[in-house]
Design a protein around this ligand. Structure first.
Ligand code: SAH
Length: 365
């Protein structure tokens, strides 16, 4: 497993040390004839003290640090851009990876703590019709360290502890399953930031086999399913993944997840005017949510120029929510954080890339 976690691009061949679990790091140090406590020290520097490079690891000898620099890739995302909302303090970060690609993450301040929304891939291949992140397809998966470091870099930049993490940025997390799982374990590991599993949400467009696999891990994280339509016919029109897995199969996978973990599923439902916002749609949603006792997040669709969807009026979203509530289904209208700095998910990265293209910058990013 650890052997596969190699860096991309110009760093290829070097082991990505921040993607190794504590046990893997112990094995790595043992293979080099180092004592086990060396691994514990290094893990603490990387995942608790959030060191940005080997030089900061003051209790390791200079010689050993130099050796590490030659042998390992040390993932530390570089901040390309920060946008801060004047309305609610939400901050959007654009980070550069070591191969020149860029990813977006968002920091939101809530009463109950700070939440970070991270990306799981560079681009996405799921093709949802309303989503900006998928317009250029998938570039590559993110490694565990690149997912972790979005949280670490934001912790350092804001100077505040992150209490919640949602994997709802660019990418389909379950399409990057193995790396996601290592990330989840390391994020919630008591030797690292030790974020409670209950404060972590993974959002999927509905990859049924991976939902079932995740259920068997029996983690206490929340699984959110991006449903967005209540009939197969309508879902296929807005989400290509619906051609592979029907709603019946999806609901069975949700039931399985609930059965294995005891954790209720959340449905995400983005409302687009005239597409999925009728009374009939609301009643369909009640029928699907009822047996699973799901919570529903209602999201006003974020218009993306290339996609052609417009948002449902707030009054109609409230009417939609009322139908759910009358039928004893909890539906929350998602507060739109950082509306003024915005663009939908993935738009900051797209804008950055098109500027680079215009000025003849690096095509690869
Ligand atoms: N691939 C994962 C997670 C990324 S998107 C998934 O599909 O769940 C996070 C959520 O934002 C998903 O529910 C997605 O469908 C939704 N979303 C994407 N673009 C949107 C837009 N323009 N307006 C509203 N919701 C959007």
């Amino acid at each position: 497993m650890a052997e596969e976690r190699r860096a991309e691009g110009e760093n290829s061949g070097k082991t990505d040390i921040k993607s190794l679990t504590l046990q893997e790091l112990k094995d790595e140090m043992a293979a080099r004839g180092e004592k086990a406590f060396r691994a514990v020290q290094m893990y603490e520097w990387m995942h608790r003290k959030l060191a940005r490079n080997f030089d900061g690891m003051s209790n390791l000898s200079k010689g050993f640090r130099e050796e590490c620099k030659n042998r390992y890739l040390y993932t530390a995302l570089q901040t390309v851009r920060v946008q801060e909302s004047e309305l609610d303090g939400t901050r959007k970060f654009l980070f550069a990876l070591s191969d020149g690609n860029v990813v977006e993450s968002v920091w939101m301040k809530y009463k109950h703590g700070n939440s970070v929304c991270i990306s799981s891939q560079v681009g996405c291949r799921m093709g949802c019709r309303f989503c900006a992140s998928t317009l250029d397809g998938l570039e590559r998966n993110l490694t565990p360290s690149e997912m972790l470091d979005q949280v670490y870099a934001i912790t350092l930049l804001t100077g505040e502890r992150v209490s919640n993490v949602v994997v709802m940025g660019t990418g389909e997390p379950l399409d990057n399953y193995d790396n996601l799982l290592v990330f989840l374990k390391m994020l919630t590991d008591e030797n690292g930031l030790h974020i409670s599993q209950r404060n972590v949400t993974v959002s999927t467009c509905g990859l049924v086999p991976e939902m079932r696999r995740l259920a068997e891990e029996k983690l206490q994280i929340t699984l959110a399913l991006s449903l967005h339509a209540v009939t197969d016919e309508k879902r296929r029109r807005i989400m290509p993944i619906a051609n592979r897995y029907g709603i019946r199969e999806l609901m069975d996978a949700c039931e399985y997840y609930f059965g294995q973990t005891g954790r209720r599923i959340t449905f995400e439902y983005s409302l687009a005017a005239g597409v999925n916002d009728s009374e009939e749609d609301a009643m369909g949603l009640v029928r699907l949510a009822w047996p699973l006792r799901c919570h529903i997040n209602l999201i006003p669709v974020n218009p993306v120029k290339e996609c052609g969807f417009s948002r449902t009026q707030l009054s109609q979203i409230k009417a939609f929510q009322n139908i759910l509530e009358k039928n004893e289904i909890n539906g929350t209208i998602r507060r739109e954080m950082g509306r003024d700095i915005d663009g939908a998910c993935g738009q900051l990265r797209r804008r950055h890339m098109s500027v680079l293209r215009d000025i003849g910058g690096n095509e690869a990013c």
